[in-house]
Structures are given as C-alpha cells and as structure tokens.
Design a protein around this ligand. Structure first.
Ligand SMILES: Nc1nc2c(ncn2[C@@H]2O[C@H](COP(=O)(O)OP(=O)(O)OP(=O)(O)O)[C@@H](O)[C@H]2O)c(=O)[nH]1
Ligand SMILES: [Mg+2]
Length: 435
C-alpha cells in the first residue's frame, strides 16, 4: 500500500474529477466549495471548511411552541426531552400552581438552534385567550405541541382552531397518563385494564379533534416521568418525519430519547458525514495507521468517533444511565450484551489500534479506488481517503448495532414489567374474588 501522503500536487484531469465526484457520494456543491477552499488556502482551507460543514446542523433554527392550559406538564415535557429533572441547573421551572409566566426558550444541550419555547398556560387569569396569541408571538414557531391532561377542554379546542387557521402543523399531546392508569387501578381494582385506559383516552381525544374538523388528528399519549413508555418516543420520531427537509438533520441529531427508528435515522446522517470527515483527515494525513501504510489525521477522526458514541448514547455517562435504568451494574450490562463499542478505547492510540485491527490490507479494489474528490491532492491521500471511509463505516456499524441492542434490552424489560403488572392485577383480582 502507498506510503503516507505528502503534498505532491499531481493535477487531475477533468474526467478524473467527474469520476471522483461519483465515488464520493458528496453533493456537487460541497465538492466545489471544498475544491475552492483548497485552491485558496491549501490543506488547512479544506480542514476548516470541512469542520464548518460538519457543524452546519447546529445552525439551523427550529422553533417549537409548547402550549396548552396551565399545569398540564408543558415545562415537564421540555425537561424530559432534554434528559433533565426540574431540579437540574437550567431546567424549566415546574410547579403545582401556575408556574411559567413568560415565553422562555430552552436550547437543546447538543444544538443551540433547536429551541423549545416553554409558553405560559392559555386561559388563566394572567393569560386570557384574547391576548394569548399576541403575548406568545404566535407566528414565530415552526411546530406547535398542544398539551392537555385529564379532560379535553375549551382551551384545547380553541388552540387547535387557531393553529389550523394559521396553516401550521400541530400535535396533540395528552400527558399524565401514568396518573390516569394508577387512578383507574384504584377505582376499578377488579376490572382495571391499562390497555383499555389508553384506548379510551386516545379515542376521546380523537373524537374531540375530529369534531373540530381535523380528519386525521395526531394524538400522542405520554407520561413525562417515563420517556421510554407510551408514545413519548413516537412523538420524537414524528417530529423528525414532519420537519422540513433542511431542519430534519438538526432535529435528528439533537434527540436524546432513542427509539429504533431514531437510531436508524441518526445512522443515516452520521454515514453522510463520513465522506466529508475523511476528506479532511486524508488531506492532513498526519499519523500512519500501524501496519497499513496510509496516514490519517487522528484528531479529526477521534472527534468524529466520540461524536458517534455520544449521539447513540454509548459514552460512559449514558452507558451508566442505561445500566441504572435496567437495574444492573455497568459490568453486568457489558457481560450480558457483549457490546463491541465498549471494548474500543476512544483515544488516539485506541482508535488507531481499532483501525489497524480491521484487516485493511485485504480491502476490496472498490474501496481503494474511492477517490478523494479534491483536485490536486496526491494519490496516497486518495488511498488514505478510501481506507478512512471504510474504517469509519465499520466503527459506526458497531456503535449502531450496540445502540440497537441496548434499546432492545430496554424494550424487553418494559414489556416484562407490563406483563408483571398484569399478573399482579390478576392475582389481586383472584384474591378479591376468593374473599
Ligand atoms: N403524574 C404526572 N405528573 C406530571 C406529568 N407532567 C407534569 N406533571 C406534574 O404536573 C405539575 C405541573 O407541571 P408543569 O410542567 O409545571 O406544567 P405546565 O403546563 O408547565 O404549567 P404552567 O407553567 O403553569 O403553564 C407538576 O407537579 C408536575 O410534576 C406527568 O406526565 N405525569
Ligand atoms: Mg410551565
């Protein structure tokens, strides 16, 4: 294999350049921009430009209005979505009396342009309906989430109508389902059925919204105290699906409550980044991969690897949280699932060792032929580019696979808890019947 890339600046022909663009999967516009950056500032120009591209998703503003009556759990939802409780620093204040008094933006910890607007409750003496829309600056939002708890109210109906008239999208979120279930259990100890409660609540919300002229209303039933249950995950998925194209990537990468579909969507966006990251790393080509004979910029690759791990919640802190949620120790979780990403050391040396272990010398011709889409950079960097695309893909596959396995385990445990719940109820019923 070729030795590490030095900048010999061998000019490529135009047809060669076309071939390069085809094999890189990078949009033409980006290739053009990178080529211009290289012409103007050499390798450092490419590296800067790539870094900017990788962080572009953080700059797309997405304004989400969190609205509804007072006390229905709007602020609690924002905290739950951000992976916080009301006691954490910077969390939205939550209270047993009217709490949110002015529109307050909460930025996502991983994306400052992903803004959740915590709005005061509509229809309270402080925020009557006739001045509410003006006070919350109604026109500023991309999406509306209308929150409701307990019964469907006149405020819910009014808000839905206003949003419809403005031609904006809204989702109806029914919170505090945990309370409805436990209350129903207390009032109907013999006939209680969680499924039945969920069905009744859902169909009640749907009927009210249909009566207001919404043919296909979207209703999500959630508990802010349990983001892995009910429709919390589906709601996050739905927001992504409906986000305008340009905002979808930003929204996806900002989400922290993983479902299988969110993991797969994150994978799609992270894969797209691989080609761009590899350009910067191949252009810099500073450190050789042991035993492979091609060089990379390990700092750029490590930053990206750490980003994958954090995006799919396999970093140390998230892994500990996952183990705690499953009620087992970190070691037990690792023993049980044998997660490959936990064996890799996320340091420069660890990552180089992982890449070297992939048996790169046996790579197929196709990968080695993957050409660096920058006119004027040496062939050796081109080989390094193909190798890096391959290595990052392998690393991402491992991380995605591990995230799916943890998610599968979480789902299994939730299902088991639900079955245990039913069994306990049945035992209680038998006990009551035999008395
Ligand atoms: N059981 C249960 N309680 C919840 C849930 N969501 C919120 N709460 C509780 O409901 C109360 C009100 O929650 P907030 O999040 O402050 O409600 P809000 O809609 O922001 O209220 P305002 O700011 O007054 O408009 C608090 O005591 C929360 O702990 C939920 O899903 N389940
Ligand atoms: Mg509030």
């Amino acid at each position: 294999m070729a030795s590490s890339g030095q900048d010999k600046t061998t000019a490529d022909s135009t047809s060669g350049n076309d071939e390069q663009k085809k094999s890189s999967n990078i949009p033409d516009k980006v290739v053009q921009e990178l080529n211009e950056a290289y012409k103007k500032h050499g390798k450092s120009g490419i590296i800067e430009s790539v870094k900017e591209k990788l962080n572009e998703w953080k700059k797309v503003p997405l304004n989400i209005a969190i609205t509804g009556s007072s006390g229905v759990g709007k602020s609690s939802y924002i905290n739950a979505l951000r992976g916080m409780t009301a006691d954490d620093d910077g969390a939205a204040p939550v209270g047993v009396v009217e709490t949110t008094a002015s529109r307050t933006p909460y930025t996502h910890p991983e994306n400052e342009c992903f803004v959740l607007w915590d709005l005061p409750g509509v229809g309270s003496p402080n925020f009557p309906r006739d001045s509410y829309l003006e006070k919350i600056q109604f026109r500023r939002y991309d999406f509306f989430l209308v929150f409701s708890a307990s019964r469907f109210t006149m405020n819910d109906k009014w808000l839905a109508q206003q949003i419809k008239q403005a031609g904006k999208h809204f989702y109806f979120i029914r919170t505090k389902i945990d309370l409805d279930i436990s209350d129903n259990k207390k009032s109907h100890p013999i006939t209680h059925s969680m499924v039945q409660v969920l069905q009744t609540v859902r169909s009640d919300c749907m009927t009210h919204l249909q009566n207001e002229g919404f043919t296909n209303p979207e209703v999500f039933i959630i508990s802010n105290f349990d983001v892995n249950e009910f429709d919390f995950g589906q709601l996050s998925e739905r927001l992504i699906k409906d986000a305008p194209d340009i905002k979808r990537e930003a929204l996806t990468l900002s989400l922290t409550n993983l479902t299988e579909r969110i993991i797969r969507t994150k994978e799609k966006y992270l894969k797209k980044r691989i080609y761009i990251v590899s350009i910067a790393s191949a252009a810099a080509a500073a450190v050789p991969i042991p035993g492979v004979g091609c060089s990379v910029d390990i700092a750029i690759l490590l930053e990206e690897a750490v980003f994958y791990r954090q995006q799919l919640q396999l970093d140390e802190a998230s892994f500990q949280e996952n183990a705690a949620a499953l009620n087992i120790s970190v070691n037990e979780l690792q023993r049980k699932l044998n997660l490959q990403s936990q064996i890799i050391s996320f340091t420069s040396a660890g990552l180089l060792a992982f890449f070297a272990s992939l048996g790169i010398s046996n790579l197929s011709e196709n990968i080695l032929k993957l050409l660096l889409p920058i006119v004027g950079i040496v062939i050796a960097s081109g080989i390094s580019y193909g190798v890096q695309v391959h290595c990052l893909n392998k690393l991402l596959d491992i991380i995605v696979n591990d995230a799916l396995r943890i998610h599968g385990e979480m789902t299994k445990i939730s299902a088991k808890n639900a079955v245990d719940d039913i069994q306990t109820t049945q035992t209680e019923v038998k006990k009551v019947e035999s008395e």
